[in-house]
Design a protein around this ligand. Structure first.
Ligand code: MIG
Length: 799
């Protein structure tokens, strides 16, 4: 393939002059003289879809990425004809199509350029497989920055990089290694205070060049399929990410326990070892909600079996653990052992569920069980069968969650470490080769698993985790970043990858805390868990043969640190649950990089380390050994050091003290942060009182608190509670008001309100207009009030 877009005359083909325009509903078709058709669909005023067919024949419109529930509809759509171009106008955008060559330009209503074709759409015929390499190039102005693209383990800002998407099992991947496990062909451009997104919904191997090859050109192309992309206008990155997430979907709310701490290692067998690890959590009073079984729990690595020597009575064990507050999560891989006596193998074989090579033989490859065949998860019948295989694990044995691994798919001893490209797939009625299905294989496996866990856990909520993914996989499962390494550089990467995945719609994500390969020093483990408790998914995991990796494996100092940070996470569960709800409801990323938080501040554009956890907690991990603190950038606005109470004004870089037991954390002035007591697991205690940490601000700010029963589906019938807390501060008074919505009545009856950084000595407190006596309240000292949870307004005045 000619990847060098500059070589336009060496085999690249281009559309010709526009000869006809046609309108059908929300879509305009521009037909060129040489037969190329461009279809422009206005999905929303701010989201335009572009599809090209070189010979006028479009594929049937089908996508695994797009959610069934995305928002469609526009306020305006007008076509006008100018001298040298056509212009489509919505209430947010102008789209120009050049009459001479079908090139596209997108502008805001003031005429400001958002994104213009350079060579625009072009293609090269693929003589080996048929079809085309479809290509697109855009001008990229000086100073443009690029973000997004899923799990790329490299600097947040992709400017100057060329990357590709092809799900790959990349054990111990390093910085800048590409591609790795996930394929998210979505990027965000940021120029001149304006953000837009491009989602190239093409499951073939896709490539992106962010002004790497040529300074002022950004290009993307695919090894096959259609040039089919969505342009998403901001102008804020928040709108871009929310729109992309709405388009590709969100998960359902997870069970609350899934937001607790999880412990995993590739060596937790047999039963007494597994159970002893769990027991040690309780003995040491380190909160933990989930314990994982890796591949050794199976009989010879056969999916849906148990090794009865190691686990003689799985049902009893799972029930015992459950009594002690632990959920059991088990791994399931795609490779099915070739074994005529194994029922899963027999069923798949009899029903023709395995993938085949193009000439007919079954796709065969070695994985942990030895030689395997592989279900074709792009066949809906296979997915239904796979779903039902979970009955025993979930309904009978009582397993609560499923971990899908090796689903890139990964195969040993085959060049390329995956299926050969000729392997055939059903692709839900659009039969194709592995070239097209590769990047969705893992997603469709996770989807089938999700349907199984959901069906058999009902009315409880399902929990899943996957390694491979394509855009939209977040609808079914959480994910982790794969086989990282116990190194400081990987801690830096872990932070970036979770931020990046959050901007790529895949928010429920974490890393193997401490590193999967090799062994962390105690200090590295401590620094990693300090970061990991601020990731939506929080699990320690490591390979079997690199030494122990539990919170207590590194001596007392590290144990105390790990315990206190896991406890901190448990106290923040109501805050974390609320941010998850905002993700599900609005598509808001839970983790927000600084360039997302304040795109107009150019200081943020190359920042990698600082991020917001939810809306109001600023976190910046320490990424070096022997540090007593670090410099970090504080975004604009007023912030309070979580540990010291010191107030800082942002818009600058600061030194922040952070000895080994401290990670820099700041809370936004005006925030109201709900807090739970420490529990050893979700549901251990009845919550009698909800903590509410209120941080004074001059002016006004709102926070939300979402709650429901934390599992099950009652919330869908209105049994949730949504509180909006508004803080309004002036020099001598502070008003905390509450708006309530929903029918869920939490167990707690009162709030324990802690006031932080109130700048005056308190004279009086009125709760719903009734004066309340508070013992001697002084400025700077934390004031604590106990208030009925249904209060409407607390009014505090100063002397
Ligand atoms: O080839 O199941 O990324 O988390 O512990 C290794 C064993 C297979 C890779 C996963 C890792 C898991 C391991 N798996």
């Amino acid at each position: 393939m000619i990847t060098n877009t500059e070589l336009q005359y060496k085999g690249n083909l281009f559309p010709g002059k526009v000869s006809a325009v046609q309108k059908e509903g929300d879509t305009h078709s521009f037909k060129a003289e040489n037969g190329t058709i461009l279809r422009i669909q206005v999905v929303r005023d701010s989201m335009i879809r572009f599809r090209y067919a070189v010979d006028g024949n479009f594929e049937e419109d089908f996508s695994y990425a797009i959610s069934e529930n995305y928002t469609k509809g526009y306020n305006a759509l007008v076509l006008t004809e100018e001298k040298d171009h056509y212009c489509l106008t919505t209430s947010k955008l102008h789209v120009h199509v050049s009459k001479a060559d079908l090139r596209v330009g997108i502008y805001d209503l003031d005429g400001k350029t958002l994104l213009e074709d350079e060579l625009g759409f072009h293609w090269e015929e693929n003589h080996e497989y048929g079809g085309e390499y479809v290509k697109m190039s855009k001008f990229s102005p000086e100073g443009e920055n690029f973000y997004g693209l899923g799990d790329k383990p490299m600097h947040s800002n992709l400017k100057g990089k060329r990357v590709e998407n092809w799900n790959t099992d990349e054990y111990a991947f390093g910085k800048d290694r590409d591609p790795i496990y996930k394929a998210v062909p979505f990027y965000i451009g940021l120029q001149d205070g304006m953000s837009y997104g491009v989602f190239f919904d093409n499951t073939f191997k896709t490539h992106f060049d962010f002004a790497a090859e040529r300074r002022n050109v950004c290009s993307f192309w695919a090894d096959g399929g259609e040039m089919n992309y969505y342009f998403i206008y901001g102008p804020t990155m928040m709108e871009v990410v929310e729109t992309y997430t709405n388009l590709t979907g969100v998960p359902e709310l997870p069970p609350l326990w899934a937001l607790g701490y999880h412990q995993c290692k590739w060596s937790y067998y047999p039963e007494d070892k597994f159970v002893a690890i769990a027991k040690k959590f309780r003995d040491l009073k380190i909160p933990c909600d989930a314990m994982y079984l890796d591949i050794d729990y199976m009989e010879g690595f056969r999916c849906f079996t148990w090794n009865e020597t190691y686990f003689p009575d799985a049902k009893r064990m799972v029930a015992d653990l459950e009594k002690d507050g632990f959920k059991t999560v088990v791994i399931i891989d795609p490779g099915i052992k070739i074994d005529p006596d194994y029922s899963v193998y027999q069923e798949a074989l009899e029903n023709n569920y395995f993938c085949k090579r193009s000439d007919g033989p079954l796709m065969k490859g070695k994985v942990w069980p030895g030689e395997c065949n592989f279900p074709d998860f792009t066949n809906p019948k296979v997915r239904a069968w796979w779903r039902d295989l979970y009955k025993e694990l979930i309904e009978d044995i009582g397993v609560s969650g499923v971990w899908n691994d090796m689903n890139e798919p990964a195969v040993m001893e085959i060049p390329g470490k995956t299926f050969p490209l000729d392997v055939r797939h059903k692709y839900d009625g659009h039969p194709c080769s592995h070239r097209k299905a590769h990047n969705v294989y893992g997603m469709q496996m996770a989807r089938a698993s999700y349907e199984g866990v959901k069906k058999y856990a009902y009315p409880k909520r399902p929990f899943l985790i996957t390694r491979a993914a394509y855009s939209g996989t977040q609808r079914y499962t959480s994910s982790w970043t794969g086989d990282n390494v116990a190194s400081w550089e990987h801690l830096w990467l872990a932070n970036i990858q979770v931020q990046r995945l959050n901007l790529s719609g895949m928010g429920f994500t974490g890393t193997d805390i401490g590193g999967f390969a090799e062994q962390p020093t105690g200090e590295l483990y401590a620094r990693w868990i300090q970061l990991g408790v601020f990731h939506p998914f929080c699990r320690t995991h490591s390979s079997g043969h690199h030494g122990e990796q539990e919170p207590w494996s590194f001596g007392d100092e590290v144990l105390a640190i790990a315990k206190s940070y896991i406890e901190l996470r448990y106290t923040l569960l109501p805050y974390l649950y609320t941010m998850f709800w905002e993700y599900v409801k609005y598509g808001k990323p839970m983790i927000k990089p600084l360039y997302y938080v304040d795109q107009e501040d150019a200081q943020t554009h190359y920042r990698t380390d600082e991020f917001l956890f939810g809306n109001d907690i600023l976190v910046c991990p320490v990424l070096e050994p022997n540090a007593s603190g670090r410099r970090m950038y504080i975004p604009r606005g007023k912030w309070v050091n979580f540990w010291t109470g010191e107030e800082v004004t942002g818009g600058k870089e600061l030194w922040v003290d952070a000895g080994m037991d401290t990670i820099p954390v700041f809370v936004r002035a005006g925030a109201a942060i709900p807090r739970y007591p420490v529990q050893q697991f979700v549901g251990e205690k009845q919550i009698d009182e909800l903590g509410l940490d209120v941080y004074f601000t001059e002016g006004s700010k709102r926070s939300r608190i979402y709650a429901d029963s934390g599992d099950g589906y009652d919330y869908a019938k209105g049994r949730y509670s949504l509180r909006t807390i508004q803080i309004t501060g002036r020099s001598k008074d502070l008003v905390i008001s509450q708006h309530k919505d929903g029918e869920y009545d939490a167990s707690y009856q009162s709030f324990k309100v802690t006031l932080h950084n109130v700048p005056f000595d308190v004279k009086s407190v009125y709760i719903d207009n009734v004066r309340t006596e508070i013992p001697a309240l002084k400025k700077a000292q934390q004031t604590v009030l106990f208030v009925d949870k249904n209060f409407d307004e607390i009014h505090i005045t100063g002397k």
